[in-house]
Design a protein around this ligand. Structure first.
Ligand code: ATP
Ligand code: MG
Length: 251
């Protein structure tokens, strides 16, 4: 089973950056094969990782919906989708990436979503690690496209709205009865002392982890440069500390 780390939080809190940092850490320490899933339809994980993403799963589902005769005779739609998704994985020397995108066409995508869930679940388990960068907000949780995560990381920045969003996500996890093995609260872009809003301070997390504001990370973002090869960043060091404290390894 792949060790799965899923990241959620309000827009702009640092989900994609932290996903890239986890990937950095896994690659730099040669921990095992890794699949990065960009589950944000406005995807930019590929850019931060400095790789070209190929076709998105959403686009693929669209083209099958528009042209059902693409499915070869003798093959079920589900089998065809599975095959095509395997092809949609961008293979980099150090890790693979799957961009989920979102189907654009009208109509009901329940079938596609169900099928996707199964295929992606199967795909994830071909790797030692899987990092999922989710879209902002909570809709992805309600859609229940993600079944399990070893580490579910809720990210907030130091703002009140960021914390309120983190709290809502934490409550939704209980309401929807997700069984994530560990749920962490990450407070990102911390520059000094921070005070949590009381409801968040009382919420149930396995640990609360502070991540520093890192000017180098922001500079690269301003220039539109990837952060996958960043070496001596404060943020990466902090992720390494998190890893040594909470340890993650493929089973
Ligand atoms: N620890 C940090 N220090 C400095 N800048 C940071 C840090 N974490 C993230 N940033 C910056 O904050 C901005 C938003 O980060 P990012 O794109 O990772 O957020 P996101 O939560 O994925 O956003 P979205 O919801 O739009 O997908 C980027 O410019 C990024 O470089
Ligand atoms: Mg993002």
């Amino acid at each position: 089973m792949a060790f799965t780390i899923a990241i959620a939080g309000k827009g702009g809190t640092g989900k994609t950056t932290i996903a890239a940092m986890f990937l950095n850490s896994i690659v730099a320490n040669k921990l095992g094969s890794c699949l990065a899933i960009d589950a944000d339809p406005n995807s930019n994980l590929a850019d931060l990782l400095g790789i070209k993403s190929t076709v998105s799963v959403g686009a693929l589902i669209d083209s099958i919906a528009k042209k059902p005769d693409l499915v070869p005779t003798g093959m079920s739609k589900a089998e065809f989708i599975e095959l095509e998704i395997q092809k949609a994985v961008s293979e980099d020397a150090k890790f693979d990436l799957l961009a989920m995108g979102r189907p654009e066409g009208p109509g009901c995508y329940c079938y596609a979503n169900n099928c996707l869930r199964d295929v992606v679940f199967k795909l994830i388990n071909q790797y030692a690690f899987c990092i999922i960068d989710n879209e902002a907000g909570m809709e992805h949780l309600s859609r229940r496209t993600m079944r399990k995560a070893d580490f579910f990381i809720v990210i907030s920045d130091t703002t009140r709205v960021g914390m309120q969003s983190a709290l809502r996500i934490r409550c939704l996890i209980d309401e929807l009865e997700f069984k994530f093995k560990n749920i962490f609260l990450f407070l990102n872009k911390v520059r000094g002392r921070i005070t949590l809003i009381p409801e968040l301070a009382n919420a149930k997390f396995d640990a609360v982890w502070n991540l520093p504001f890192d000017q180098e990370v922001l500079n690269l973002s301003v220039k539109g440069k990837p952060i996958i090869n960043i070496k001596n960043s404060k943020l990466l060091k902090n992720i390494e500390e998190f890893r040594s404290k909470h340890g993650f390894r493929a089973s």
